[in-house]
Design a protein around this ligand. Structure first.
Ligand code: OAD
Length: 231
């Protein structure tokens, strides 16, 4: 079996990284995304944008994968043993899937532990704070290697190829509020795939899913993985 999993902030919530929307504390209730997560915001006040992502990078470095990340790594290994494959497409800019052992992860919204040169486009590892005077070897200014509102997500061709190769579509910990990721379930349905949602609460597009399970990712993802591996 080939499984396509789309993950969002909810899969990392119990690792302490925060979500953007939903019940309780959420980043976009505390902050205005238009002042922090757009190219225009970076052009207007790069120091403010760097401070926001620097704080998130420090949190990420101190965080650990939770049981949901671990279960997805176990699913990848289990499917591979059976001649199948798991592709994790994540909207998350953290590296917790990789740290849990997943090897097939597509970061469609970029990666917090990388920086990109605004001039030459070179991408480099980045574990330290970025500042307005952080420079690439070509002298161009460095920015976080993340996709902001108004920018095109990464690896879309690879993502649609993985969807075409899949037998099952699963969305985990995502509110279904941000496109194009929120539209993957509709594409998957049009391809005849069965679709499953695992989330704390019904997402904006919950009606599109055949199977829905609600609860903390650290509980519902491991139990769903056990079911799949027992098939
Ligand atoms: P959201 O914050 O929009 O949604 C997170 C979802 O996870 C919500 O539906 C929550 O109910 C759910 N959730 C919270 N805690 C959970 C838990 N412990 N277990 C399971 N689910 C839980 O996050 P995304 O859908 O990933 O983009 O957001 C999509 C994009 O919007 C992000 O990549 C980011 C944001 O703006 C950019 O910054 C460009």
């Amino acid at each position: 079996m080939n499984i396509f999993v789309l993950t969002g902030a909810g899969v990392s919530a119990e690792s302490g990284l925060g979500v953007f929307r939903g019940q309780g504390a959420a980043l976009w209730k505390l902050y205005d995304p238009m002042q922090l997560a757009t190219p225009e915001a970076f052009a207007l006040d790069p120091r403010l944008v760097h401070e926001f992502y620097n704080a998130r990078r420090r949190n990420l470095i101190a965080a650990s994968p939770n049981a949901a990340h671990v279960a997805l790594a176990r699913l990848e290994a289990g499917l591979a043993q059976r001649g199948g494959a798991l592709t994790v497409v994540t909207q998350n800019i953290d590296d917790l899937h990789e740290r849990a052992g997943s090897t097939s992860v597509i970061h469609m919204h970029g990666e917090l532990l990388k920086a990109r040169c605004a001039s030459c486009g070179a991408v480099s590892d980045c574990r330290d704070d970025l500042a307005v005077d952080s420079r690439c070897g070509c002298a161009g200014a460095l920015r976080p290697h993340v996709v902001w509102f108004g920018e095109t997500p990464l690896f879309m061709d690879e993502i649609y190829a993985a969807l075409e190769a899949a037998d099952l579509f699963v969305a985990i910990g995502t509110s279904g509020a941000v496109y194009p990721a929120a539209g993957f379930v509709r594409t998957a349905r049009a391809m005849g795939l069965r679709c499953c949602e695992l989330n704390l609460e019904p997402s904006d597009n919950a009606d599109e899913f055949d199977d829905r399970r609600y609860g903390p990712a650290s509980e519902i993802v491991p139990s769903w993985v056990e079911e799949i591996l027992a098939l």
